[in-house]
Design a protein around this ligand. Structure first.
Ligand code: SF4
Length: 625
C-alpha cells in the first residue's frame, strides 16, 4: 500500500530510480525521461514485458528517485550508481583488466617511451591504453632494439657518471653523459612516435629516403642499419591482421551469447591498425542480449579509458545518442557511435562477432567445464554412465526418396568428425522414418557388437532425433542386438500442450503447457518427457549434438538429390563408367546424338569394345526391338 502511494507521488521529471528490497538494499537502478511514467510501467499488469521484471517485483519494497536536469546527466548518474551498488538485477560490468599505456614526454631533453598505468593531463604523449601488458612490453623491446635510445629510469639517468652496458653494446647513444647528439636523438624519437601512432607506411618512406641518402654518401654502415630497420618495420606491417583504409582510431565491438553468458569482444583499432583485443564475459540473468550489450557499452566508457573517434557496435542501442554526447564532451572532439549496415565498417563488426564466438567457445571447451556439463547431463537424465562419448542419429528423406541416415559422435562434449558416419538407406522404399532409423541403427551397432575391425566401440549414450516413437525403435534395436550398457534418449522439439514431467532436479523446470515451446527429452520407462531448463548447458549440449546430426544428414541427402539431378541416361547402362561416359560425350556431343548413332559408329568413333557398343545401342533402341 505504501509503495503504491509513493508511486502516485513520484515526480514526472527526468532522473534515476533506485529499487530497494525490504532490507533497503539497492537491487535495480534505471534512468527515465519521465520517472513517474517509467516506474509505473513496472507495476502495471504484465510489467514492461521483460522477464526480469517478474523476478524483480517480487522483491521490491521501496523506490527512491534522484532528479537530474538532463537525460545525459541521468545516464552518467545511472552508471555511477550501478558501479557503486552493483545491483543484483542490473548487468554490472566489472573491468578487472589492468590497462597500461606508453608515455613519451617530449618536453624532456632526451625523452623515451615508458610503460605507465595512469594517463595524466601533463602534456606528454600517451599511446593506448592496452589490455595486454605483455604485448606492450614486446613492442617496447622491439623499439629499443631498433633504436639506440635511452632505456633507463629518470633517477638512473640523472645520477650517471658513465654510460651503462647498453652504450658498450651499441644499443644506446649515451645521452646520460652527453655522448648523444640531441638532433639525431630527437629524429629517432620522432620515428618511434610515428611507429606508435600506427603511421608505419609514412615511417618506412622516411627511412627508405634516408637509407638512399646514406648509401649515396657511401656511408654503408649507416645505410645497412637503416635497411635492417626498414625490414623489421615491414614485418610488423605484414603481421597486422586487421587494417582499415581509414586511419582513424576506432573501437569495434562484437558479441556472442549462449545460455546465460555473453562474450563481448572489443577490437581497438588505432590509425587503421588493430592494436589490441580484449574479451569481456558477462552473465545474462534475465535480460535480452541487446539490453546487456547496451548496459555494457554505457559502463565501458564510464571508466577512465581512451575514447576513440568512432565506436562501431553490432546492434542499435537506444542510449547511443546520449552516450555520443557524453563522450564528445569528455574527448573535446566529435565521437560517433555507429551500428554499420554495409561496407568496411560492417566487415570489422563481423570480424569482432566471429572473434567473440571463438572466445566464448574457447572458454567453454576446457575439459573441466565439459566434464561438469556431462556430469550434469548424467544427473538430470538419470543415466547409467557418464556420457563421455555420445552418438546421435538422424534421418533425412523426401517422401521416402534419397533416404539417408547420419550418425555424429561427440567425445568429451566436443565433435569428433573422424567418427561421423553416414548411411544410404537400402531396405526401406517408402516414407517410413521409424523403419529407416531401425535400419541405420542396426547397421551401426551390429558391426560394433561383433567387433568389426573398422567399427567404433559402443558409446555411453545414444541420442535419436525424434520423440517416443524413435526412442521405441532405438530400444528395439538395442534389445535385438543384446546391447544393454548404452543409455538411450530421444530429443524432440516441444509442441504446444505437451504434458509436463515433474522436475527431477534443479536443472529441470516445469513449463507453461499452453505457451512454452522448447526441446524435450524422452527417456526409457517414462511416459512424459523431461524438460531441461532452456538455457542450461546440458540442454544446449544436447541441442548442439542433435543439430549437428541434422546438418550432417541433410548435407548427404542434398548431395544425393543433386547427383540425381545431374544423372545421365548413360549411368543406367552397366559397365559405362565416368571415363567411357566422357569419351562418348566428346565423340558425339550429346545424348541425343548417341541415341541416333548406329552400332558401327559407336564401335569405331568412340573406340568401344563390341560388347559395350552393343549394350549402348540396345539400351537406346530396346523399344524398337
Ligand atoms: S647509456 Fe645512459 S642513457 Fe643509455 S640506457 Fe644507459 S644509462 Fe640510460
Amino acid at each position: 500500500m505504501q509503495l503504491e502511494k509513493k508511486l502516485e507521488n513520484l515526480p514526472t521529471g527526468t532522473g534515476v530510480y533506485l529499487m530497494k528490497d525490504a532490507r533497503g538494499k539497492v537491487i535495480y537502478v534505471g534512468k527515465a525521461k519521465n520517472l513517474k511514467n517509467r516506474v509505473k510501467t513496472y507495476f502495471q499488469k504484465g510489467g514492461d514485458g521483460r522477464l526480469l521484471v517478474q523476478h524483480l517485483l517480487r522483491r521490491v519494497a521501496a523506490v527512491d528517485v534522484v532528479l537530474t536536469d538532463t537525460e545525459k546527466e541521468a545516464l552518467i548518474l545511472e552508471n555511477n550508481l550501478i558501479k557503486q551498488f552493483s545491483p543484483r538485477y542490473n548487468t554490472v560490468f566489472r573491468d578487472d583488466k589492468t590497462y597500461v599505456s606508453i608515455k613519451i614526454d617530449l618536453a624532456k631533453e632526451y625523452p623515451h617511451p615508458q610503460i605507465v598505468r595512469e594517463v595524466k593531463k601533463d602534456g606528454a604523449l600517451y599511446f593506448g591504453p592496452y589490455s595486454s601488458s605483455r604485448a606492450v612490453r614486446e613492442t617496447l623491446r622491439f623499439l629499443y632494439e631498433l633504436y639506440p635510445i635511452r632505456k633507463c629510469s629518470e633517477r638512473s639517468f640523472r645520477g650517471r657518471k658513465r654510460p651503462c652496458l647498453y652504450y658498450q653494446m651499441g644499443r644506446c647513444t649515451g645521452p646520460c653523459v652527453g655522448l648523444a647528439e640531441n638532433k639525431a636523438y630527437r629524429e629517432m624519437i620522432n620515428e618511434v612516435v610515428l611507429f606508435l601512432k600506427g603511421k608505419r607506411e609514412e615511417l618506412l618512406e622516411r627511412l627508405k629516403e634516408e637509407m638512399m641518402r646514406e648509401a649515396e654518401a657511401e656511408r654503408f654502415e649507416k645505410a645497412a642499419e637503416l635497411r635492417d630497420r626498414v625490414r623489421a618495420i615491414q614485418q610488423t606491417i605484414e603481421r597486422q591482421k586487421v587494417s582499415s583504409p581509414s586511419l582513424i582510431d576506432r573501437d569495434v565491438f562484437g558479441y556472442y551469447k549462449e545460455g546465460r553468458e555473453m562474450s563481448i569482444q572489443a577490437m581497438f583499432v588505432r590509425n587503421g591498425n588493430l592494436e589490441d583485443i580484449a574479451t569481456y564475459n558477462l552473465p545474462i540473468h534475465y535480460d535480452n542480449p541487446e539490453e546487456v550489450f547496451s548496459a555494457f557499452l554505457n559502463q565501458f566508457y564510464s571508466h577512465t579509458r581512451f575514447i576513440p573517434r568512432e565506436i562501431l557496435i553490432p546492434i542499435e542501442v537506444g542510449d547511443a545518442p546520449l552516450l555520443e554526447e557524453i563522450l564528445t564532451e569528455r574527448k573535446g572532439q566529435g565521437v560517433s557511435i555507429i551500428s554499420p549496415k554495409k561496407g568496411e565498417k560492417i566487415r570489422l563488426v563481423g570480424l569482432a562477432m566471429r572473434n567473440a564466438e571463438n572466445a566464448f567457445r574457447a572458454r567453454h571447451s576446457t575439459p573441466q567445464r565439459q566434464k561438469a556439463v556431462l556430469q550434469g547431463l548424467k544427473n538430470a537424465l538419470n543415466l547409467k554412465n557418464l556420457p563421455g562419448r555420445i552418438e546421435c542419429f538422424d534421418i533425412s528423406n523426401i517422401g521416402g526418396r534419397f533416404a539417408v541416415g547420419s550418425m555424429v559422435t561427440f567425445e568429451g562434449g566436443l565433435p569428433n568428425k573422424n567418427r561421423y558416419r553416414r548411411y544410404r538407406v537400402k531396405t526401406v522404399p517408402q516414407a517410413d522414418d521409424f523403419a529407416m532409423m531401425e535400419e541405420v541403427m542396426t547397421r551401426r551397432y551390429k558391426k560394433a557388437q561383433v567387433g568389426a575391425i573398422h567399427e567404433l566401440p559402443l558409446p555411453q549414450l545414444t541420442i535419436v532425433d525424434g520423440g517416443k516413437g524413435q526412442l521405441g525403435v532405438a530400444l528395439k534395436v538395442m534389445k535385438k542386438l543384446g546391447i544393454k550398457d548404452v543409455d538411450i534418449v530421444a530429443l524432440a522439439k516441444a509442441r504446444r500442450g505437451d504434458p509436463v514431467g515433474r522436475p527431477v532436479d534443479s536443472r529441470q523446470q516445469t513449463v507453461d503447457r499452453e505457451t512454452e515451446t522448447q526441446d524435450r527429452v524422452f527417456v526409457p520407462g517414462k511416459s512424459v518427457p523431461i524438460f531441461l531448463a532452456t538455457d542450461s548447458p546440458e540442454l544446449l549440449l544436447l541441442g548442439r549434438i542433435r543439430d549437428e546430426a541434422h546438418r550432417f544428414a541433410i548435407t548427404y541427402h542434398k548431395k544425393l538429390r543433386q547427383r540425381q539431378f545431374y544423372r545421365s541416361p548413360l549411368d543406367e547402362i552397366p559397365g559405362i563408367g565416368p571415363a567411357r561416359k566422357a569419351r562418348l560425350m566428346k565423340c558425339f556431343g550429346s545424348i541425343e546424338n548417341i541415341r541416333q548413332a548406329n552400332l558401327k559408329d559407336l564401335k569405331e568413333l568412340a573406340s568401344l569394345p563390341a560388347r559395350q557398343a552393343e549394350l549402348i545401342y540396345h539400351h537406346f533402341h530396346k523399344d524398337r526391338e
